[in-house]
Design a protein around this ligand. Structure first.
Ligand code: PEP
Ligand code: MG
Length: 555
C-alpha cells in the first residue's frame, strides 16, 4: 500500500475515530464469545488487542502522523511498521510477540480504512494485486475476472493463496523481493510458470507474452474437446477425475458437470470470511448447496483445517511454527464444540441425498481417528434423533483421513480398519517429509513433490491400499500436474482430485496415455538419481504427444 498525504486532517481524525470504535466492537464481541466457550487463551489475546487500542501513546502516535498530513490509513501503517520493527528486535520473547499483535491489529484497522477508502471491491479496471502478504481470503474477496495477476512478497507456490490463484487461472508470483512502491501504475508481466515478475517490459517481450497467451487459449480449446469423453487411458484403464473446491468464496461448485464428484471440499473459507464462527444453520445452508449440486455423485467434505497459513481473524493463533502447531484435527479435537457443530451441519445438509463422505485433515495418530469417530457417532445419533419425523434419512457417511502427516506412513495397516478411505495430501506430505515449509519462498526451490523420498512414500501408500482393499485418492496439487498425474497413474493410482482449471487438461493427458507404457517409463525413470532426469523421462512422453507447452518454466 502506497503512503499518501491528504489535505483535511480533521476528516482523517474522524475516519480514525470511526474505525477505532468498529474494531473495538468487533474485539468485544469476539472476547465475549470466547469467554462463553471458556477459551481463556483466546480471550487473553483479545484483551491485549483492546489494551493496545486504548493505549494513549499508540493512538497519539497515529494522530501525530495525521497532523503531519498523512491520511488515516498511511498514519496507521507508518506507526505500526515502526512498532513492529522495534518489538521484533527485542530480546525478551514476550515483547517480541507483541509485534504480531500490532501487525494483526494494524491489519484490522487498515482493512476497514482501505475498504472505505478505495472501494477496492468494485473495481472498474482489471488489476494486478501486489501486496506484502496475500491470503486466500483476500483473493476470494475480489470479483472474478478483475484480478489478472498476483504478486506477493511472502508465501510460495505451495501456499493456499497460490493454490487458489491456480484454481482461478490467475498467474501468481510469490515470495518475491522487490520494492513494491515502485510497482504502482507500472506495466507488469506476471509469469506464473517461471515465477518471474517483469517491470515495464520492452515491446518485443510484451509481444512474446501475448503470443504465449494465444497458445494457452488454443491449448484450452484442445482440452475442451474431451469435455464429454470418458477419462480412460489408451489401454482402457478407467480413472476418476474429481474436483477440489471450496477455496474460493463465490464457490467453484456446481460449475463442473464433467467432474466425477468432489474429492476435496475445503471448508475453511466460509469460516475465514466472517468475523465469528458460522452458526450450524449457516453451515447447513452452504453444505447443502454443494451436496445438491452433485446429486448422485460423491462429495467428500473435509472438516475444518485452519492453522498454518489459514487463520481465522476472530481466533488468532500466534505460534513460532504454525505448520507444526495447532492445525486441522488437532485444533478441532481440542474444541469438540466446533467439531460437533460442523459434523452435525454436514450430516443435516446430507439428509435424503446420500452422497456425503467426511474427511479428517492433519491426522498423525490412530487415537485422533478414534476420538473423531466417537464424536462422529455422537453427531450422527443426535441428528438422526432430531430428524426422525422428517422426510429422508441421514445416512451414516463414510469417514476417511488425509494421508499428509508422515507418521501415518508407518501406521497404514493399523489405520485401515478404522476408516473407510484415504486421500493423499501431497502438498503437506511433501512439506513434512522433506522438512520444507510450503509457505516459505526461500526454500521453494527444494520443495519437490517428485523427490525420491516422496515417490517411495506414494508407492508405499498405493501398494498398502491395494493390499488392504482401501479406496485411495490423491487430492494434493500433484494430481493436477501434467507430469505428476503420469507418475501417479504409473504407480497404480486411479482417483485424482484437482482444481477446476486442471480437470479438462488432465482428462486430455489421461486419454493420450497408456498405463502399461507409463509403468515401464516409471521403472526407467527411477533408475535416474536426479529429479531433473526423472522428470525428463515423463516430459518427453508429454512432448511426443504435443503437450510440451505445459512444461513451461519447469512446472
Ligand atoms: C494437501 O495437503 O495436499 C491438501 C490437499 O490439503 P491443503 O493443501 O488444504 O493443506
Ligand atoms: Mg493439507
Amino acid at each position: 500500500m502506497t503512503e499518501r498525504k491528504g489535505d483535511n486532517p480533521a476528516l482523517q481524525h474522524e475516519r480514525l475515530d470511526k474505525v477505532l470504535v468498529q474494531v473495538e466492537d468487533e474485539l468485544n464481541s469476539m472476547a465475549l464469545r470466547f469467554k462463553e466457550s471458556q477459551a481463556s487463551e483466546s480471550v487473553a489475546v483479545f484483551e491485549v488487542y483492546q489494551y493496545i487500542l486504548k493505549d494513549p501513546v499508540f493512538i497519539g502516535l497515529i494522530r501525530e502522523q495525521i497532523e503531519r498530513g498523512w491520511i488515516a490509513g498511511s498514519a496507521v501503517k507508518r506507526v505500526c511498521e515502526k512498532q513492529i520493527a522495534q518489538f521484533s528486535s527485542m530480546s525478551d520473547l514476550y515483547l517480541r510477540e507483541r509485534a504480531a499483535d500490532i501487525r494483526d491489529l494494524g491489519q484490522r484497522l487498515l482493512t476497514r480504512l482501505i475498504h472505505e477508502d478505495d472501494g477496492l471491491l468494485t473495481l472498474a479496471e482489471p488489476i494486478i494485486l501486489v501486496a506484502d502478504e496475500i491470503s486466500a481470503t483476500l483473493i476470494a474477496e475480489f470479483p472474478r475476472g478483475k484480478l489478472k495477476g498476483i504478486v506477493s512478497a511472502r508465501g510460495s507456490i505451495n501456499s493456499h493463496a497460490a493454490i487458489l490463484a491456480r484454481a482461478m487461472g490467475i498467474p501468481a508470483v510469490m515470495g518475491i523481493d522487490h520494492s513494491f512502491e515502485l510497482l504502482e501504475d507500472r506495466t507488469l508481466i506476471v509469469d506464473g510458470y517461471s515465477g518471474e515478475l517483469l517491470v515495464e517490459p520492452v515491446a518485443s517481450i510484451v509481444r512474446e507474452y501475448r503470443q504465449l497467451i494465444v497458445e494457452e487459449e488454443q491449448m484450452d480449446e484442445l482440452f475442451a474437446t474431451v469435455r464429454n469423453e470418458p477419462s480412460v487411458t489408451l489401454d482402457g484403464v478407467k480413472v476418476s477425475l474429481l474436483l477440489n473446491a471450496g477455496l474460493s468464496a463465490d464457490s467453484d461448485i456446481g460449475m463442473n458437470d464433467c467432474a466425477d464428484g468432489v474429492g476435496l471440499f475445503r471448508t475453511e473459507i466460509p469460516f475465514m470470511m466472517r468475523d465469528r464462527f458460522p452458526s450450524e444453520q449457516e453451515q447447513v445452508t452452504s453444505y447443502r448447496r454443494v451436496l445438491t449440486s452433485y446429486v448422485g455423485k460423491p462429495v467428500c467434505m473435509r472438516t475444518l483445517d485452519v492453522g498454518g497459513d489459514k487463520q481465522l481473524p476472530y481466533f488468532p493463533i500466534v505460534e513460532e511454527n504454525p505448520f507444526l502447531g495447532w492445525r486441522g484435527i488437532r485444533l478441532t479435537l481440542d474444541h469438540p464444540e466446533i467439531f460437533l457443530v460442523q459434523l452435525k451441519a454436514m450430516l443435516r445438509a446430507s439428509q435424503g441425498l446420500d452422497n456425503l463422505s467426511i474427511m479428517l485433515p492433519m491426522v498423525g495418530s490412530l487415537d485422533e481417528v478414534r476420538v473423531a469417530r466417537r464424536l462422529m457417532d455422537r453427531a450422527w445419533r443426535e441428528v438422526s434423533a432430531e430428524t426422525v419425523d422428517q422426510q429422508g434419512v441421514v445416512r451414516y457417511p463414510s469417514l476417511g483421513v488425509m494421508i499428509e502427516v508422515p507418521s501415518l506412513l508407518y501406521l497404514l495397516p493399523e489405520l485401515s480398519p478404522l476408516v473407510d478411505f484415504w486421500s493423499v495430501g501431497t502438498n503437506d506430505l511433501t512439506q513434512y517429509l522433506l522438512a520444507v515449509d510450503r509457505n516459505n519462498g526461500r526454500v521453494a526451490g527444494i520443495y519437490d513433490a517428485l523427490h525420491p523420498a516422496v515417490l517411495k512414500a506414494l508407492q508405499q501408500i498405493i501398494d498398502t491400499a491395494r493390499r488392504y482393499g482401501k479406496p485411495v485418492s490423491i487430492c494434493g496439487e500433484l494430481a493436477g500436474d501434467p507430469i505428476g498425474v503420469l507418475v501417479l497413474l504409473a504407480m497404480g493410482y486411479r482417483r485424482f482430485s484437482m482444481n477446476n482449471s486442471n480437470l479438462m487438461r488432465t482428462r486430455y493427458i489421461v486419454r493420450q496415455s497408456s498405463s502399461t507404457e507409463l509403468q515401464a517409463l516409471l521403472e526407467e525413470a527411477l533408475r535416474h538419481q536426479h529429479t531433473g532426469a526423472f522428470k525428463g523421462v515423463f516430459a518427453r512422453y508429454l512432448e511426443e504427444r504435443g503437450l510440451g507447452g505445459l512444461l513451461r518454466g519447469g512446472r
